[in-house]
Design a protein. Structure first.
Length: 225
C-alpha cells in the first residue's frame, strides 16, 4: 500500500463492532469494549506526550490561554473549551452519544493514572522521540474508538463533522483544526513550543494511519481510496 493512501482516507471505517447509530445507548459488549479500549489507548498517548515535556498539545495551549484571560484554572478552561466545541457541533449536525461521555471521562482518568509511570526524559532528542510516539498512540486510539460509532469526543466530533461537510481528507481537516487552535491559544498567551508544532502537523496523519490500520486489521470498509 502506498503511504499516500494513509493520508487520503475520507471517512471512518465500518467494522464488525461498529454501532449502527451513534445514539445507541445499549450497544453490544464488544462495541463498548472497543470504544473503551480506544479511549484508554488515546489517553495513554496524551499522557506520553505530557510526560515527554517537549511542549503542550494545541488544545491544552488554548485552555491555558483562556485560563490566563479569565483568571480560572486550566481544568475549568478545558471544560469551557469542551462545551464550546460541542456547541460547534450544532451547525455541523453532529450527534453526541455514549462515546462522547466515555471520551470525556476515560481519557482524563487514564492521563492521571498513566503519568506517574511514564518516563520523563531530560534529553531533548528523547523528549521529541517520546512526543512522536505519543502522537502515534493517540492516532491509533482515535482509530479504534471512532470506529465504534458511539459518538466521538468533542474534538474528534468537530473533525468528523467538518470532514463530512467539506468532503476533504481526515488528515487535512484534523491538521487544519490543530493549527487553528495553536494560533488561537498563542494569541491568548498560551505556551507554544517545538513539540506543539510537531503535534499540530502530525496528529492529522496519525489519525488517518490509525483509522487505516484498524480498517485493515478488522476487514472493514472505507471510502476515499
Amino acid at each position: 500500500m502506498s503511504i499516500l493512501k494513509f493520508f487520503s482516507i475520507r471517512s471512518v471505517p465500518k467494522t464488525s463492532w461498529s454501532s449502527s447509530h451513534p445514539l445507541n445507548f445499549r450497544p453490544n459488549f464488544f462495541t463498548l469494549l472497543m470504544v473503551l479500549l480506544g479511549n484508554i489507548v488515546f489517553g495513554t498517548g496524551v499522557a506520553i506526550i505530557v510526560a515527554a515535556g517537549a511542549g503542550l498539545d494545541p488544545w491544552t495551549i488554548l485552555a491555558e490561554g483562556l485560563a490566563l484571560l479569565f483568571d480560572v484554572s486550566i481544568g475549568m478552561a478545558t471544560f469551557f473549551v469542551s462545551v464550546s466545541v460541542l456547541f460547534l457541533w450544532i451547525p455541523l449536525r453532529q450527534i453526541p452519544g455514549m462515546g462522547t461521555i466515555i471520551n470525556t471521562v476515560v481519557v482524563a482518568s487514564v492521563i492521571d493514572l498513566a503519568l506517574p509511570w511514564l518516563p520523563k526524559p531530560s534529553n531533548y532528542f528523547l523528549q521529541i522521540l517520546q512526543l512522536i510516539v505519543g502522537i502515534l498512540v493517540c492516532g491509533l486510539g482515535s482509530g479504534i474508538y471512532l470506529t465504534g460509532n458511539l459518538g466521538p469526543g468533542p474534538r474528534d466530533g468537530l473533525m468528523t463533522g467538518l470532514q463530512r461537510i467539506t468532503g476533504r481528507p481526515v488528515a487535512l481537516i484534523r491538521t487544519s483544526i490543530e493549527i487553528t487552535v495553536v494560533i488561537l491559544g498563542w494569541l491568548l498567551g498560551g505556551t507554544v513550543g517545538l513539540g506543539t508544532v510537531i503535534f499540530a502537523f502530525l496528529i492529522g496523519p496519525s489519525v488517518s494511519i490509525g483509522l487505516t490500520v484498524v480498517r485493515n486489521l478488522s476487514g472493514g470498509e472505507v471510502s476515499g481510496e
